[in-house]
Write a protein that binds this ligand. Structure first.
Ligand SMILES: Cc1cc2nc3c(=O)[nH]c(=O)nc-3n(C[C@H](O)[C@H](O)[C@H](O)COP(=O)(O)OP(=O)(O)OC[C@H]3O[C@@H](n4cnc5c(N)ncnc54)[C@H](O)[C@@H]3O)c2cc1C
Length: 435
């Protein structure tokens, strides 16, 4: 079926539950419970409150937005400046589903939203969009001030456990269990990466017990284990490899080739270049047990030139010095060659030249989800209706990373969390306020 993506501003059918929204909103408040105070839940709270619902937001931790704040440590990449069609391509197999939310809240909307909260943004050289001050805390503070001023009620240290027999929400609180009723609910519980920041994936069995289809949570934007020698790991863990090109052969016969940088870890590799390929690498390991990448350690030189230069007499120079002078290879790049080639191969200029241009590394497993930047898997799209309501649990909507989509880093994660939060908040308010 051809892909049909609605662009920002194009109209679509009205949300299924939006009848009676305005008339009831003015006469009686109906309640929406938002569970999870990450970017998706906070945006859902804002949208539901703007639509006229009473909004109560619950979170298991003592404060909201912890992962958002950590994202600020890396400069807070809020969104990306590329055009809409290129932007939605980043959501891979689920781009059509994600584009539905992005049609109403795209990268420009994210920038306008930040500006309204006093945070101007800029486009970096890579096209990524950041706050001028590269910080998350001032933006989050201003957002929470506005949400409180608009009447959103916050309930911290409330861990959602599921529903009781009468259909009320069950929360574990410091002083025991609390049961809460709401006319509509938005679950924005996140995935399972960095659980110390709140999202631990404990909701998966709860929703499965209600027969909601949930794909297993898996690491996304993650590192991989290689299994370095003790000698290499102890000397080079933490060092960046740059510039470097990674080549990877897809099972469909195509070869992906990307330039950038990655970091050597104690057990393998991580960093932006690895994250960009991590979904395909993870899936290939799941299918075949391991997968091989090739490193081009000298992207600017061709193999013939390298072989020629390396064949020149070494005289009394060490091999390391020869590699540095003739091929521009030193430090961690030189160590990578030694990690893969034995002593005899290292003395063979054409073999070394070939390996500088295509050093094979076998990735044996992704790092655990707890260490990943984000999660893949989650609530299946076919378990949700168009308005993000669970088909098996009417009146309960989902938003954010807990839904089964994934995207590379580059601002695509936060943008989809904001956009889905907004969509779920609007729809939950419409459901709560319907006649
Ligand atoms: C180190 C790091 C850097 C990142 N940098 C960026 C970046 O620069 N740009 C970008 O686009 N993305 C970035 N991300 C990803 C981005 O932060 C997440 O995709 C985003 O926070 C997910 O939002 P969410 O609202 O769906 O879930 P979360 O932010 O995980 O929020 C979920 C909330 O639900 C609460 N919760 C969970 N279970 C329960 C329960 N049972 N009861 C009550 N409350 C519960 C949690 O306490 C949490 O507050 C980064 C992630 C990490 C880890």
């Amino acid at each position: 079926m051809p892909l049909q993506i609605r662009h920002p501003g194009e109209s679509r059918d009205p949300a299924p539950y939006n009848h009676a929204l305005t008339s009831t909103a003015t006469t009686k408040l109906r309640s929406v419970a938002i569970i999870g105070g990450g970017p998706a839940g906070l945006m859902a709270a804002e949208a539901a409150r703007s639509a006229g619902a009473e909004v109560n937001l619950y979170d298991r931790l003592g404060s909201v937005g912890r992962k958002f704040l950590i994202a600020g440590k890396g400069g807070l990449n809020l969104t990306h400046s590329e055009d809409f069609d290129a932007f939605v391509e980043r959501y891979g197999a689920h781009r059509q589903d994600v584009a539905r939310w992005l049609g109403d809240f795209d990268a420009n909307a994210v920038r306008a939203w930040a500006r309204a909260l006093g945070t101007e943004t800029f486009v970096g050289t890579s096209g990524r969009v950041f706050p001028m001050d590269l910080k998350a805390a001032p933006l989050l503070r201003a957002w929470l001030r506005r949400l409180r001023a608009n009447g959103v009620h916050f309930h911290m240290r409330h861990r959602w456990l599921g529903w009781d027999d009468a259909g009320a929400l069950r929360f574990a609180h410091d002083d025991g269990e609390r049961n809460v009723r709401a006319d509509a609910v938005v679950l924005a519980l996140g995935g399972a990466s960095w659980p110390v920041l709140g999202s631990d994936g404990a909701w998966v069995p709860v929703l499965r017990s209600r027969e909601v289809g949930v794909e297993p949570l898996a690491p996304s934007n993650c590192g991989f284990d290689v299994g370095w020698s003790e000698h290499f790991a102890s000397r080079h863990a933490g060092e960046p490899v740059k510039p470097v090109v990674i080549e990877w052969d897809h099972a469909n016969g195509s070869t992906i080739r990307r330039q950038g940088e990655f970091v050597v870890t104690a057990s393998g590799v991580e960093g932006s270049l690895i994250y960009a390929l991590s979904a395909q690498l993870r899936d290939a390991i799941a299918a075949h047990g391991s997968t091989q990448i090739r490193l081009d350690l000298s992207p600017g030189r061709d193999v013939e030139r390298l072989a020629r230069e390396l064949s020149l007499p070494r005289e009394r120079r060490s091999l390391s010095e020869h590699l540095r002078r003739r091929a521009g290879i030193d430090g961690v790049k030189s160590a990578l060659l030694r990690e893969v080639l034995d002593r005899t191969e290292l003395e063979n200029p054409s073999r070394v030249a070939a390996m500088v241009k295509a050093l094979p590394l076998t990735l044996v497993r992704p790092r655990p989800i707890e260490e990943a930047i984000s999660s893949a898997g989650g609530v299946r799209f076919d378990a949700l209706d168009e308005a993000l309501m669970l088909k098996q649990v009417p009146s309960v909507f989902c938003a954010g990373e807990m839904i089964d989509w994934e995207a590379p880093t580059g601002g695509y994660l936060l943008t989809a969390c904001f956009a889905s939060g907004r969509a779920a908040g609007v729809a939950a308010a419409a459901w709560a306020l319907r006649e």
